[in-house]
Design a protein around this ligand. Structure first.
Ligand code: GLU
Length: 284
């Protein structure tokens, strides 16, 4: 892990709502770690799932990040050298070739699933979103090679049940997850023609040369899945640093609360960036 030479991190917001102090904690950690390492930071807008994402949210997120003093270094898709990467522009160039590679290696198979499965696969599986372990018995025996993912089927990565995936998280320490117990064959490509969150993130973190992934600790289990995807795609595995979630006095994850205070609202109330970052560091 951490095989790549100089530090590169990323900010990867999903523009499905306004930024709140839970995000501020994670993004500030990513920013500080990149700056302390003398490395770079990219901004990637995870706007894969059009049903949930809005460009006005993306604009608001960029504005809030700048207001908080969180800056980034590159992203060629829009807005010149400092603009963000947009996942919605990377399907043909990045995600389809990855699907093709996995298909040709015989590591994925098509499976019929509902709209709910697609929705679940296209968004990062935060706390409480866990899916049941996919039963091995539902795997097809033979998979024909096809040229395109096609409509009406999702594609799952065949994982070896019983395999243990270990990694040392920069904050949470040693972790171990077992395929078949903690997660099963998971969706990497969806029937709407777009990659799942897990595939897109692995492909992008690798293409962007990310050496350390900083994100919330509710994605620790996703990291185990993603490590199997890095291996399947023969890509170097980055280091990981999962931040603690901001919770309220009852222990509920802030992002789950409908009244979670957005950065924009705190700004309107007259809070300074330092006050917001203080809340993000120490909770509410
Ligand atoms: N875009 C994801 C989210 O906002 C974060 C994914 C990641 O950092 O890997 O929940």
């Amino acid at each position: 892990m951490g095989e790549l030479s100089s530090y590169a991190g990323r900010l990867a917001p999903t523009p499905s709502g306004p930024l709140h102090i839970g995000h501020a904690r994670t993004f500030m950690a990513a920013f500080r770690r990149a700056r302390e390492a003398g490395g770079k930071l990219v901004l990637r807008i995870e706007d894969l799932y059009a049903d949930h994402c809005r460009m006005d949210y993306a604009d608001g997120i960029v504005e809030d990040l700048c207001w908080l003093g969180i800056t980034w270094d590159e992203g060629p898709d829009v807005g010149g050298p400092h603009g963000p990467y947009l996942q919605s522009l990377r399907r043909e160039s990045h995600y389809l070739p990855a699907w093709k590679k996995l298909m040709e290696k015989g590591l994925i198979y098509p499976s019929l699933h509902t709209r709910k499965d697609v929705e679940r696969a296209m968004t990062a599986p935060h706390e409480g979103d866990a899916e049941p372990v996919f039963p091995e018995s539902l795997r097809p025996e033979k998979v024909e090679k096809v040229a395109e993912p096609g409509a009406n089927v999702n594609w799952r990565l065949r994982v070896e049940y019983g395999t243990s995936v270990r990694f040392c998280d920069g904050r949470a320490g040693e972790r171990e997850y077992v395929a078949g117990r903690d997660f099963g064959d998971f969706v990497i490509y969806c029937k709407n023609g777009w990659p799942s969150y897990e595939l897109a993130v692995v492909v992008d973190d690798s293409a962007m040369g990310v050496t350390e992934v900083v994100r919330g600790e509710d994605l620790l289990l996703s990291t185990a899945r993603q490590i199997l995807l890095y291996r399947a795609l023969e890509l170097p595995v980055p280091a990981f640093y999962h931040t603690a979630l901001v919770r309220d006095a009852k222990g509920e994850r802030l992002a789950k609360r409908s009244d979670a205070v957005s950065i924009a609202v705190l700004r309107e109330k007259g809070c300074t960036p330092a006050q917001v970052l203080e809340l993000a560091d120490h909770g509410i």
